[in-house]
Design a protein around this ligand. Structure first.
Ligand code: IFM
Length: 440
């Protein structure tokens, strides 16, 4: 039996995001976020679900940190809710909100976990959306002020700071496909949002470093490789063209300092707020970057998405294809000059049942995790500088437009009682962490 041993300093973690777990949507002075507004609007989220209570982490964070401790995690990736801290997005600070994150970070550190903080995981203050949201360049400056405030308060304990989680989802799922808050379906808005979010990232990196030069700053991108259905020249070129038009939209500006010709062709006419100096701001050197990887797209010669009959698909209808993670990583490190990498999210949604013994046997999630960890290790042996891995997610939680119908957690949450139960996959992950190796 092969075992895959990881370097002794490899960081094993799990991730969550504020809106998906915290609840307490209007407590202790918190302002409304675009996700509060969106989920409170009918027909936006499956079943009319909202994040009003979610996993009630705002009140139960100590219990959740105890769970992380039991799993043996070395690090915890979470995001802070901007409207909890600055209810109107700029100006007056809500001290109770700031105190919450202060207590949270203290408790994370007391449990010997390394906090990895993301400043923006989609819950924009609604007050800023009312002034144009990310389409308004001023939001980027407000973001930088928020970043500086957070660093001043938490930078003595939090070393790793990500500006944004998945800017592509922010821009396109929220503003072109209308499936996420704020729910627009407008190509122009989407491309302007994408650009302003990158500007905000650049300003955020500056703000983090100006506030405390010893910190590490990065960004988290979600990337889906586009792979050909077969190796015919038609399939290969169709997949490559779609990759370039879609997936390089953030990669090239951030890591090369210019838009790729393929994505700029569409973006250019919309970029009314582009300013000289933007690309230098956007492409500042980073200390690390995060990759959120879930699956791949398979493309036919006609440029159509195809399903692979022999493959397994998760509840999200995402193909399980771990080797494409390794192929993606190797390609990225050939195409770009990249800083060290954390896999900041990776995981799978499957239906779970609590069995008679009270346990959650989730062999498919366990196997997904195992296959992706093996491919992560293989990519490291290929030379990719992966420093850590964060499973998505610590807890079952609010899966955006799908509400609570998709469960990604290592820990099961009963949303009626808020009882947490570590799933088999979570127990298995704990053993991997303990031994620092993955058995085949
Ligand atoms: O739940 C999300 C997370 O918020 C961002 N990345 C993908 C996950 C699964 O869809």
């Amino acid at each position: 039996m092969t075992t895959y041993t990881f370097p002794h300093n490899f960081i094993w973690g799990a991730a969550t995001a504020s809106y998906q777990i915290e609840g307490a949507w209007n407590e202790d002075g918190k302002g409304e976020s675009i996700w509060d507004r969106f989920s409170h609007t009918s027909n936006k989220v499956t079943g009319g679900h909202t994040g009003d209570t979610a996993c009630d982490h705002y009140h139960r964070y100590e219990e959740d940190i105890e769970l992380m401790h039991r799993l043996g995690l070395k690090a915890y990736r979470f995001s802070t809710s901007w409207p909890r801290i600055i209810p109107s997005g700029r100006g007056k600070v809500n001290l109770k909100g700031l105190d919450f994150y202060d207590r949270l970070v203290d408790a994370i550190c007391a449990a010997n976990l390394d906090p990895f903080l993301t400043l923006y995981h989609w819950d924009l203050p609604q007050a800023l959306q009312d002034q144009g949201g990310w389409e308004n360049r001023d939001t980027a400056y407000a973001f930088a002020d928020y970043a500086a405030l957070m660093v001043k308060r938490l930078g003595d304990r939090v070393k790793n700071w990500s500006t944004f989680n998945e800017p592509a989802v922010v821009a396109f799922v929220g503003n072109l496909y209308g499936e996420h808050a704020p729910g627009f379906k407008d190509e122009g808005i989407a491309y302007r949002v994408a650009h302003n979010v990158m500007v905000a990232h650049g300003l955020g990196v500056q703000a983090i470093r100006n506030a405390n030069s010893s910190l590490k700053a990065g960004i988290v991108l979600n990337l889906w490789p586009f792979e050909p259905e077969t190796n015919t020249p038609e399939d290969l070129s169709a997949a490559e063209n779609i990759w370039k038009a879609n997936e390089t939209h953030f990669l090239e500006p951030i890591f090369k300092g210019h838009y790729s010709p393929e994505s700029y062709e569409i973006a250019e006419k919309h970029l009314t707020t582009f300013k000289d100096g933007d690309m230098a701001l956007i492409s500042q050197e980073l200390d690390f970057w995060g990759l959120n990887f879930y699956s791949r797209h398979v493309i036919s010669g006609e440029g159509e998405f195809v399903k692979v009959p022999a493959s397994e698909y998760t509840e999200m209808d995402w193909e399980v294809c771990a080797p494409s993670l390794r192929r993606l990583l190797v390609r990225l490190y050939q195409d770009y000059k990249l800083p060290p990498l954390y896999i900041t999210e990776n995981g799978s949604a499957f239906q779970d049942e609590v069995s008679a013994d009270g346990k959650i046997h989730d062999p498919r999630r366990l196997d997904y995790l195992k296959q992706h960890l093996i491919q992560t290790r293989l990519s490291m042996l290929d030379g990719v500088d992966v420093r850590g891995y964060f499973a998505w997610s610590l807890l079952d939680n609010f899966e955006w437009a799908h509400g609570y119908t998709k469960r990604f957690g290592l820990v099961h949450v009963d949303y009626t009682t808020q009882k947490r139960t570590i799933k088999d996959s979570g127990e298995w992950y704990a053993q991997v962490i303990r031994k620092n190796e993955v058995p085949e």
